[in-house]
Design a protein around this ligand. Structure first.
Ligand code: AMP
Ligand code: MG
Length: 405
């Protein structure tokens, strides 16, 4: 049996980033930039005012105070978006709003709070200004020709905003991976349908689909098949436009577990079974060059194995550098038992306290008990050879993707 670390290495070594595509900015949110964005213009593109006020020559305001105001003739009004027509000459000023271009001749902007109306057509300046005051110089944010966004960056709202500020409508990004989901099991009916004796609702379909979306990937198709080897093999062969295939259930040693044999028929298996709890039975292989994960059917096992193996593979396909979950340390709030030899992952709620993180494991631990996931934002990791941990111990915790820890 492989350890989780060995399995993660093997999985990540066998997938690589998808090709780049040009996409409209908003579609690229959360994607990895494939080509740098070079600034075609400086930002800001022209000297502009950082305040509502008056554009002046610094010398004209020397010694200005409320008791000794300096009166200046107002020659022009400049709202944002209007190009100046006049030059500010000694003894004159232009009324200017935030973002408007600074007119020629002006050296500073006196904020409106430091002025008051004077004689008709005049303003009284009540404070001295230094050259450069309240002016945002052309190119102070970025110069033309500079790399604004380097390849490899994950595009968030700020990065997209910068691309737009430079006039881009599209960027070249690694496209989000598409996952196919095939749930298996003759006992399963879709929620909303009548529950016949012996049947249960298919909960993994929506849980795993939600995990795919939370990992920033897309769903290419979502199917359910009965425990029938030919049906499973056919479903796998039909996942043609997926970048990654996920099956759920039917991967253990039961008489009706057909995922492994079906995978052997239409693809190849790289490993099966891991030293982890929950989630020992887990098949990984390839179908027509696409990675396939055969997740166990127990709902908590499916979610945990997704987090540890499928989500990292989706991140690698999406071009991310950091693919594996990053562990933090947290102080345990209640005792946790553990028996070797499998590494165990316990659903838990981690939060910040005054002196670091604290973590409360869920009272329920069964791999079939979905209530153990309610409110959980993280997994406590108990090492293979651990004999458990006590309240107060510092333990390793991995945040769940998209849980907002
Ligand atoms: P399996 O891995 O197919 O042996 O399934 C293990 C357990 O998980 C069984 O109790 C199944 O009924 C249950 N199970 C499998 N698939 C699902 C599913 N899609 N939704 C809910 N429970 C499932
Ligand atoms: Mg089954």
């Amino acid at each position: 049996m492989l350890t989780v670390d060995e399995a993660q290495t093997l999985v990540l070594d066998s997938v690589s980033a998808l090709p780049a595509e040009r996409m409209p900015l908003l579609k690229a949110l959360g994607c990895v930039l494939a080509e740098p964005v070079v600034a075609p213009i400086p930002l800001p593109p022209f000297d502009n005012s950082a305040m509502d006020g008056f554009a002046v020559i610094a010398e004209d305001t020397r010694g200005a105070t409320p008791e000794t105001p300096r009166a200046l003739k107002v020659i022009e009004e400049l709202p944002a978006g209007r190009a100046p027509q006049c030059r500010v000459q000694p003894g004159t000023a232009a009324r200017i709003m935030t973002g408007a271009p600074v007119p020629a001749g002006a050296e500073a902007v006196v904020m409106v709070e430091h002025t008051r109306p004077g004689l008709p057509g005049e303003v009284e300046v009540l404070a001295a200004a230094e050259a450069g005051d309240n002016i945002r110089p052309c190119g102070e944010d970025i110069a033309a020709g500079e790399v604004a966004l380097a390849a490899g960056l994950v595009l968030g709202p700020g990065e997209l905003g910068l691309a737009a500020a430079l006039g881009s409508t599209q960027v070249a990004v690694i496209r989000p991976p598409r996952a196919a989901i095939v749930t298996t099991g003759s006992e399963l009916v879709a929620p909303g349908e009548k529950l016949r004796p012996g049947a249960i609702y298919n909960s993994n379909q929506v849980a795993i689909a939600g995990s795919v979306l939370a990992a920033g990937a897309e769903i290419s198709c979502c199917r359910h098949v009965a425990d029938d080897e030919a049906a499973v093999a056919e479903a796998l062969a039909e996942c043609g436009d997926a970048d990654l295939i996920i099956t759920v259930g039917g991967v253990s040693v039961g008489d009706y577990d057909f995922v492994k044999t079906a995978l052997q028929r239409v693809g190849e298996i790289k490993f099966w079974r891991l030293l982890m709890k929950p989630g020992k039975p887990l098949a990984f292989g390839h179908v027509a060059g696409r990675p396939l994960f055969g997740l166990p059917g127990n709902p908590v096992s499916a979610l945990v194995t997704f987090e540890l193996l499928v989500a990292p593979a989706l991140r690698k396909l999406a071009g991310r550098c950091q693919c594996l979950p990053v562990a933090i340390r947290a102080r345990l709030l209640s005792d946790l038992s553990h028996k070797p030899p499998r590494r165990e992952y316990v659903q838990a709620l981690t939060r910040r306290a005054d002196d670091g993180y604290v973590v409360q494991p869920h009272a329920k631990r069964g791999s079939a008990m979905l209530t153990s996931t309610v409110g959980a934002n993280s997994l406590v990791v108990l090492a293979e050879e651990s004999r458990g941990a006590r309240a107060g111990d510092l333990v390793e915790v991995i945040p769940l993707a998209g849980a907002g820890l």
